[in-house]
Design a protein around this ligand. Structure first.
Ligand code: IPE
Ligand code: IPE
Ligand code: MG
Length: 240
C-alpha cells in the first residue's frame, strides 16, 4: 500500500505538554498551532489530497471561558497571518462544524480564508471547528426529513450516498488514515460516519512534539496495512 491521500488528525495533548513543563495550558496551544502550520505545509508538499484537522470540538465549548477565549484568539491570529501563505501554497481552505457559534470576527476571517483560497487546486485543508460528528449527522437527518416532508424525496430513495451528501464533508473523500496524538485511544466525536473504513493510528507523542518525522512514521505504518473493506485481501484471492 502506498501513502495515504486523505488524512485526518486529532491534534491532542497540548495541555499535558505544557503542564509537563510547568507552564499554563495555553503555552501548549501556542506550540500546537506552530506544529499545525508545519504539518499543513508538509502535507501540501507531499501532495496529499485532503487534510482534516480537528481544531475545536463541540464539547470544547465546555472548557473554562479563559481557555476557550485563548483558543479563539490563536485561531484569529492564525487565520490573519496564514491566509496569504495558504494562497501561495495552492491550498484550498474550508471548515466543517457549527461555525455560527464562533465569534463574528473569527467567522469573517474563516470566510475570507475560504474565498481567498477557493480557486486553489492543491491540498484541501479542512479545519473542524466547533465540530461534532453527532451534531453533523443529526443535521443531515433533519435536512433529509425536511426534503421528504416537502415531497422532494421518497423514503425509499434514502441510501448511503444520499446521507453522505447531506454531511458537511460531502465534497471530501473519507479519510484513509486518522491519526490521534497524546496516547488517548478514542475518536471523541470526530468523523464517526466517515471513519467507517479508515485506518486508525495512535501515538503517545503529544501534539506539540509531533513533526514531519512522526508523520512519516504514521505513513509507513499505514503503508504496511492491508485494507479489506469487508472483502478479502488481493494476495489471498491470487492463491485460488
Ligand atoms: C488539544 O489539546 C487541543 C484542543 C482540544 C483544542 P488539549 O487541550 O486537549 O490537551 P490535553 O489533552 O488536555 O493534554
Ligand atoms: C479532541 O480532543 C478535540 C480536539 C483535538 C480538537 P479532546 O482533548 O477535546 O478530547 P477528549 O476530551 O480527551 O476526549
Ligand atoms: Mg485533550
Amino acid at each position: 500500500l502506498s501513502n495515504p491521500k486523505n488524512v485526518a488528525i486529532i491534534m491532542d495533548g497540548n495541555g499535558r505538554w505544557a503542564q509537563l513543563r510547568g507552564k499554563p495550558r495555553t503555552y501548549g496551544h501556542i506550540k500546537g498551532a506552530r506544529v499545525a502550520k508545519k504539518i499543513v505545509t508538509e502535507c501540501a508538499s507531499q501532495k496529499l489530497e485532503s487534510l482534516i484537522l480537528y481544531t475545536f470540538s463541540t464539547e470544547n465549548w465546555l472548557r473554562p471561558a479563559t481557555e476557550v477565549g485563548f483558543l479563539m484568539g490563536l485561531l484569529r491570529r492564525y487565520l490573519k497571518r496564514e491566509t496569504q501563505s495558504l494562497v501561495r501554497q495552492n491550498i484550498k481552505f474550508t471548515v466543517i462544524g457549527d461555525v455560527d457559534r464562533l465569534p463574528k470576527d473569527i467567522l469573517e476571517a474563516v470566510r475570507f480564508a475560504e474565498t481567498s483560497t477557493a480557486s486553489n487546486t492543491g491540498l484541501k485543508l479542512v479545519f473542524a471547528l466547533s465540530y461534532g460528528s453527532r451534531a453533523e449527522i443529526t443535521s443531515a437527518i433533519k435536512e433529509i426529513a425536511n426534503r421528504v416532508l416537502q415531497g422532494e424525496l421518497e423514503v425509499s430513495q434514502i441510501d448511503e450516498n444520499l446521507v453522505q451528501r447531506a454531511l458537511q464533508t460531502s465534497t471530501l473523500p473519507d479519510p484513509d488514515l486518522i491519526i490521534r496524538t497524546s496516547g488517548e485511544v478514542r475518536l471523541s466525536n470526530f468523523l464517526l460516519w466517515q471513519s467507517a473504513y479508515s485506518e486508525l493510528y495512535f501515538t503517545k507523542t503529544l501534539w506539540p512534539d509531533f513533526n514531519a518525522e512522526q508523520l512519516a512514521l504514521a505513513f509507513v505504518d499505514y503503508s504496511n496495512r492491508t485494507r479489506k473493506f469487508g472483502g478479502i485481501a488481493k494476495y489471498e484471492d491470487a492463491t485460488h
